[in-house]
Design a protein around this ligand. Structure first.
Ligand code: ATP
Ligand code: MG
Length: 136
């Protein structure tokens, strides 16, 4: 059964005008885009999404960044989508991400790292539900 993961093209990448390049890569890697929208998160929406990180020292900076401009939110579908999308993104810190990964190509710093991906089946389900209503 194909799996779903939540992908976000973060404000830094939208501002850099690399949305098209990232979506082309997503399609070339064999993911199906099941849902897609452009949204400008409020600070509270960003805090809600990253609630698991609320104790981290980078939380307020991260949520300010994530609400600083529009983001593109997608539900991606593929076999093993969660693991594969994280592989295409690369390591959290663009400086440590493997050559050719999206974060290496388009990320600026450990915070402004171009893309987000869910990290497990439960979080993927929760994250897709955070942005997209279930189809009737
Ligand atoms: P994401 O959840 O966005 O896919 P990730 O799972 O690789 O990334 P997490 O540890 O979940 O990394 O951190 C969530 C986000 O918080 C990172 O993508 C990054 O934008 C930011 N972040 C993580 N670590 C740091 C840090 N040390 N300093 C600043 N920002 C950070
Ligand atoms: Mg994460």
């Amino acid at each position: 059964m194909p799996q779903q993961t939540l992908a976000i093209i973060k404000p830094d990448a939208v501002k850099k005008r690399v949305v098209g390049k990232i979506i082309t890569r997503i399609e070339d890697e064999g993911f199906t885009i099941a849902r897609l929208k452009l949204v400008h998160l409020s600070p509270d929406e960003a805090k809600g999404f990253y609630a698991v990180h609320k104790e981290k020292k980078f939380f307020s900076s991260l949520t300010e960044f994530m609400s600083s401009g529009p983001v593109v939110v997608m539900a991606l579908e593929a076999e093993d989508a969660i693991r594969r999308w994280r592989e295409v993104m690369g390591a959290t810190d663009p400086a440590l991400a493997a050559p050719g990964t999206l974060r290496r190509l388009y990320g600026f710093s450990i915070e402004r790292n171009a893309v987000h991906g869910s990290d497990a089946t439960e979080t993927a389900e929760w994250e897709v539900g955070y942005f997209f209503k279930k189809k009737p």
